[in-house]
Write a protein that binds this ligand. Structure first.
Ligand SMILES: C[S@@+](CC[C@H](N)C(=O)[O-])C[C@H]1O[C@@H](n2cnc3c(N)ncnc32)[C@H](O)[C@@H]1O
Length: 426
């Protein structure tokens, strides 16, 4: 398979106003489709930007907001060295596993088949679903410590997941292969749950999902993963690293030895979407995070975090950290302020954090570099907030040139909401 057939773009993916720039543009792409994160973009967009920047094997691309690793995975298969940074430990895991090179596909096949077979055997031995509560009580140590866990999964499905979790934790395999097994299991948590992807955020279905054959769903997921790894085998496999850390402190996260010649990224949008909230079943299922306090800390550290304890930080009031942020925000925050201090604080913290990030980006990029930030604007109490323009102005303060802002697509049904690519350079 060649690059062209993988991305089905030739020679340039110029139409950025389609839903193919969103997560929907990756649902049929090998590896990219393993785990669905709705607010993630398509590798088609990342590839399009890489072509526009004329990047090649001598470049080094940074994605400071890695999400599920779309940019590093896309660059890897285009032969362009890259690295990324992600604060959420579960999403960091997804990006790491997806971007690894698995050269011994026979070993991958053996492990996936062997675990699928063990899984079927173990699940066949489980009691009738009417006994599920007894089973869960006896295996309480393996039930994820997720708030209201029975809302997420019907008893019969939770019993199977708990059994698979116990099986996987005891299963012996090389670390890379164990991680593949783990990612496959994490990827089916939502498909076998009572939650639905009807909106940007997960919502609960009115009718809980009946008991399904979880082992069969897992076997299909592993088959897809193996198929995809075989499909990309002949593509370039450029160097890639996914770091766990905070992009407000990039200099502490990235190795000093190499500076980025390009940044292709999408930070959280200032729209109160919570990545920690969205990924909480996964965060708790394999203890990527131990307790509610740690989730609160993750939200407070993340840009745009708003869930749980992060809200108390906002409720205490947030002031612009300096005149640059103040002057950028004053035309907008004064309109938001009379209606809600919390929202004004939310927007202020968001851009205080973007300011820190922009300063750090200026330190980890080469003197000559090109940047593309995909960001959505927002509305608070019907007051528009042009996040793309404000972000561009903050980066200008650190010596970057604002080349252009491509407004690419309208979002949701609310009028005036759009996504844009902010192109900058130095
Ligand atoms: C819009 S998503 C990126 C999606 C990504 N382009 C993809 O396709 O998967 C923004 C990401 O930034 C992460 N994030 C938020 N604050 C961060 C920070 N301070 N440092 C690093 N990552 C952060 C979030 O956890 C989320 O995964």
């Amino acid at each position: 398979m060649t690059q062209q057939t993988l991305f089905e773009i030739a020679p340039r993916f110029v139409n950025r106003s389609t839903k193919m720039v969103t997560f929907q543009g990756k649902l049929d792409l090998p590896i990219h489709r393993w785990y669905r994160l709705t607010p993630s973009f398509s590798p088609r967009l990342a590839a399009d930007i890489a072509l526009e920047f004329k990047l090649n094997e001598n470049d080094f691309v940074l994605d400071p907001f890695s999400g599920v690793g779309t940019v590093p995975l896309c660059m890897k298969h285009r032969g362009i060295p890259s690295c990324s940074v992600e604060i959420n430990p579960y999403l960091h895991f997804v990006g790491t596993v997806k971007t690894k090179t698995y050269s011994d596909l026979d070993a991958v096949r053996d492990v996936l088949l062997d675990f699928s077979t063990s899984a079927e055997r173990e699940l066949n031995r489980l009691p009738d679903e009417r006994q599920a509560e007894n089973f869960l009580a006896e295996n309480a140590a393996f039930v994820p410590a997720l708030h209201n866990v029975r809302r997420w999964w019907s008893p019969g499905n939770l019993m199977q997941l708990v059994c698979l979790r116990r099986l996987l934790l005891a299963y012996k395999a090389a670390p890379d292969l164990h991680d593949l097994l783990k990612l496959g299991l994490l990827a089916i948590l939502i498909p076998v749950s009572n939650a639905k992807h009807n909106h940007v955020s997960l919502t609960f279905a009115e009718t809980p999902l009946e008991t399904v054959d979880v082992a069969a769903i897992l076997r299909r997921k592993y088959a897809e993963m193996l198929y995809d790894l075989e499909a990309v085998r002949k593509l370039p496999q450029a160097e890639v690293a996914v770091y766990r850390g905070n992009s407000r402190f990039l200099t502490a996260v990235l190795p000093k030895s190499r500076r980025a010649s390009a940044v292709i990224t999408s930070p959280p949008y200032p729209n109160r979407f919570s990545y920690a909230r969205e990924t909480r079943p996964h965060l708790f299922f394999f203890k990527f995070i131990e307790n509610a306090e740690a989730v609160g800390q993750l939200e407070t550290d993340a840009i745009g975090g708003t869930w749980g304890r992060a809200t108390s930080v906002l409720a205490a009031g947030v002031e612009p950290k300096n005149d640059v942020v103040r002057s950028q925000l004053s035309p907008y925050v004064k309109n938001i302020h009379p209606k809600g201090d919390l929202m004004a604080s939310y927007v202020t913290k968001y851009f205080n954090d973007i300011y820190d990030h922009a300063e750090q980006t200026s330190m980890v990029c080469e003197e000559r570099c090109r940047l593309a930030y995909v960001i959505g604007n927002s509305k608070f109490y019907d007051q528009p907030l042009p996040s793309d323009e404000i972000l561009g102005a903050i980066f200008q303060h650190f010596g970057f040139r604002l080349d252009r802002i491509d407004k690419m697509r309208k979002r949701q049904s609310k009028s005036g909401l759009y996504e844009a690519v902010v192109f900058m350079s130095r």
